[in-house]
Design a protein around this ligand. Sequence first.
Ligand code: AMP
Length: 413
Amino acid sequence: MISRIKGTNDIIEDSRIWEWLEGKLKNVALNFGFIETRTPIFEATELFNRSVGNETDIVQKEMYTFEDKGNRSITLRPEGTAPVMRAFIENNLLSKGLPQKLFYYGPMFRYERPQAGRMRQFHQFGVELIGSPLPIADAMTILLAIEMLKAIGLDKFKLKINSTGDEKCRPNYVEALKAYYKPFFNDLCDDCRVRYDRNVLRLLDCKKDAKYAENAPKITDYLCHDCKVHFDKLRKYLDEMEIEYEVDPSIVRGLDYYTRTVFEFKYPSLGAQDAIGGGGRYDRLIEELGGPKIPSIGFAFGIERLILALEEEGKLPKAEDLDVYIVSIDEDQRIEALKVASALSRYFKVDVDVMGRNVKGQFSYASKENARYTVVIGEEEIRTGLYTLKNMKTGEQSKVRLSEMIKEINGAK
Ligand code: AMP
């Protein structure tokens, strides 16, 4: 037997949950005036090297990169922002004016060690608000994320925010961090010793070396005037909208392109993989990808983790029952049953026998599927056009025409 690849999942019975979730998130994004972008799932490797950053874990260790038959280096997208920004530049969306409000949904690929809530193929729903440097754009983006979490009914999440500064103030902070970590260098984990030179900010969110992070210098003490004003305004806006948050200096995010605001939604009871979503501002990314200097901000939710969190809160939608099962007395009525099913399917969830079961077998199948109604079709029903409609809950039966049947079933909904 050929099995699925480690770290991937088949979504079969849960597909209705996924559809429901995607629909809810999409609806909020559309109501805020965002439009969907669908970009390819693979891109030139260079796109991620330049955006996510050569020194990040994603680029160093986690990308699915291969050469295609034309000897091009291709990578399965590990995240959605860089592809959307590539599409923004390539399709000259700037000519349509700013802001551009885009969202995306789909599979992402990272070669990570699989565990609960961590997959090699996982799915993200993400949003990008392109064009504004103002903290009100940060506030809108965070508000949008909160509205999405509310729309799906999640309560027990926590919003953590931080500022990672900009090209003016971050270098000073990087120096301060390096000076702080230097005496512990030999005690750091293998990864952190490499990160020390390449990307020292990442030492702050290393789980193994968390004890050192506690007393590390805080970026918020190193912000330049402009970054500080930006962060203070964002906090004021969040306060005014009564959005609860915590400023957490260890939130640095694993991608290089962030500037200023970064944020994460945590769901503490999920354990080690407790980030259900995250995002931030990326004021230099479009420029670094060869476009004009356009400041932007965005975030992505991890769908698998949202589902785990919804499960925790008992908020997953229940399976919808069958509305009507059409029972045919014998073989001669099967095609009539199919015709009735076809008429009713325009209004209801219907089913009809395709296994050649006898009447008893069809009724027990209808009960197993929790059908609300059954319609029985025999010779007499075909002759008179009056069908026996049975309410499976009350046991009540009536003889009705097709048009009346639609009204009656609808009335009971
Ligand atoms: P990131 O931009 O890496 O923070 O990813 C955004 C969100 O995607 C995270 O908060 C997670 O919810 C989800 N995510 C990231 N990596 C994985 C993974 N390997 N498996 C499942 N979900 C993931």
